[in-house]
Design a protein around this ligand. Structure first.
Ligand code: NAI
Ligand code: MG
Length: 496
């Protein structure tokens, strides 16, 4: 690094976050959660016991306490749900005027809003994410997705002028644990708006908000069988994917399972969308508003404990500002509050499961063994539950596993760069291509990067911003198909 640059970096004052500052606990009350001791399957508009009588437990990852027992759906139950969805599709939903369909979807959105606090608390209890995020992001966005697609239901001909859009039939939808209610909304809302019926399987560690959504759908008066919720693990998902009477599969989760599903569907004629992993690059140029960029990077990787497919898990900093950015990042990390997801002060909540924590901890070891320098803030983490300190890796290189592989935890790998060409090449050099972030003052540079980055979403001078209107999805091993916006209608339609 040149002398001139190191001089500049010294002159820059650092923000004083006062790492010793302690906030009084501000816990959101769990009393509103109203979680039943046991949940059955929601099939054909009724709560149905699983054929084999099996149930599994769902726990709070923050304190390992049992929250509820949930039905384990087997192939017979999945079959029952698909049959209900088929009948509802043929007899009711596909025949209903689109304007009427829209009213039901609108009603779901309204009830989500009415029960927003309850849903936020349950999301944080079951999944471990900070209440601030479930309250301000997950739940309002879930409601907005239903509102948005309610609006499209009777306007499909305008979305695809000159074509005749028709529904596919029954959609089998499988979702992960990182945004449980939001992913359910992303899947169900466009399917219903386009006239399809649904069988949805939530993730085994976070089934509760999907079951609350079943209650909401019931209260909204949807005709029986239009939406069915079947809980269970991988085998339940596989039974759904392989059911012969499904017309479409929508999956969000690991690249590994995505590949299994793609193979299983080859030659079946079932339509498929996959939203898989990511290894997004956040790129900071020397002319960026540095404090804003640092805040964006922190938000991009530590938000939701890094359990975000589009998490900005790689950071590329232009060499001339690297020291400054790293110093500010470390300072900001010192001020992050890690702990109880229900505490409104919490920035980083609990890792979703013991299994996921183990995976992250293995990657921390891998990073150290690969020769990268690890930094973690001095905060303490709760002794019970699954927690991981926000972690930074310095001196990493393209070949490191922590740079190439998805960790899905609060772990950031930093590299430096000198030129635009170099950083584009490095940022694109992973098997994934879901998202990226660019921080610079130059509009032309933003356009250069957005056109050359192989990523479905590129944020400029911001990160992790979502809106129902804008499509989301990946390149390469991040999957295919888009969710959200007008594009999100297409996977659920055939255009005659
Ligand atoms: P996963 O892909 O196994 O689980 C996602 C969903 O797929 C769950 O509902 C699960 O029950 C279901 N599933 C599992 N096996 C299936 C099969 N053979 N057929 C049909 N459905 C099946 O993901 P997992 O094991 O929970 O997490 C592993 C890694 O995957 C994470 O560490 C992370 O790297 C990545 N991941 C990515 C997500 C994303 O949003 N892109 C979300 C969750 C995990
Ligand atoms: Mg759980």
């Amino acid at each position: 690094m040149s002398k001139k640059h190191s001089k500049e970096q010294k002159a820059e004052p650092t923000l004083d976050f006062n790492s010793k500052l302690k906030y009084a606990a501000a816990p959101e009350s769990a009393s509103i959660a109203n979680i039943k001791k046991q949940y059955d399957l929601y099939i054909n508009g009724a709560w149905v016991k699983p054929a084999k009588g099996q149930y599994f437990e769902t726990h709070s990852p923050a304190n390992e306490q049992l929250l509820s027992k949930v039905a384990m759906a087997g192939a017979e139950d999945v079959d029952k749900a698909v049959k209900a969805a088929r009948t509802a599709y043929e007899k009711v939903w596909s025949k209903m005027p689109a304007k009427e369909r829209a009213k039901y979807i609108f009603r779901i959105a309204r009830i989500i809003q009415e029960r927003a606090r309850e849903l936020a608390v349950v999301e944080s209890l079951d999944g471990g994410k900070p209440i601030r995020e479930s309250r301000d992001i997950d739940i309002p966005l879930a409601a907005n997705h239903f509102f948005y697609y309610a609006g499209w239901a009777d306007k499909l001909e305008y979305a695809f002028p000159g074509r005749k859009p028709e529904p596919l039939g029954v959609a089998g939808q499988i979702i992960p644990w990182n945004f449980p209610l939001l992913m359910a909304a992303w899947k169900i809302a466009p399917a219903l708006a386009t006239g399809n019926t649904v069988v949805l399987k939530p993730a085994e560690t976070t089934p509760l908000t999907a079951l609350k959504l079943a209650e909401i759908i019931h209260d909204a008066g949807l005709p029986p069988g239009v939406v069915n919720i079947v809980t269970g693990a991988g085998a339940t998902g596989a039974a759904l994917v392989n059911h012969p009477d499904i017309d479409k599969v929508a999956f969000t989760g690991s690249t590994e399972v995505g590949k299994i599903i793609q193979k299983a569907l080859a030659g079946t004629g079932k339509k498929l969308t996959l939203e898989l992993g990511g290894k997004a690059a956040n790129i900071i140029f020397e002319d960026a508003a540095i404090d804003q960029a640092v805040e964006g990077v922190v938000n991009g990787i530590f938000f939701n404990q890094g359990h975000v497919c589009c998490a900005g898990s790689r950071l590329f900093v232009q060499e001339s500002v690297a020291n400054k950015v790293i110093r500010k990042l470390k300072d900001r990390m010192e001020s992050l509050v890690v702990g109880d997801p229900l505490d409104k002060n919490t920035d980083v909540g609990a890792i979703n499961s013991a299994e996921q924590l183990k995976k992250i901890q293995e990657y921390l070891k891998i990073g150290v063994n690969e020769g990268a320098e690890m930094f973690q803030p001095s905060c303490s983490i709760p002794s019970k539950g699954y927690f991981c300190k926000p972690t930074l890796f310095l001196h990493t290189s393209q070949s490191h596993r922590i740079v190439q592989e998805e960790i899905f935890g609060p772990v950031l790998a930093i590299q430096t760069f000198r030129t635009v060409e170099e950083v584009i090449e490095k940022a694109n050099n992973t098997p994934f291509g879901l998202s990226a972030g660019v921080w610079t003052d130059k509009g032309s540079r933003i356009f250069t990067l957005t056109t050359q980055m192989k990523a479905g979403v590129v944020w400029a001078n911001t990160y992790n911003k979502f809106d129902p209107v804008s499509p989301f999805g990946g390149y390469k091993e991040s999957g295919f198909g888009r969710e959200g916006g007008l594009h999100g209608l297409l996977p659920y339609l055939k255009l005659a």
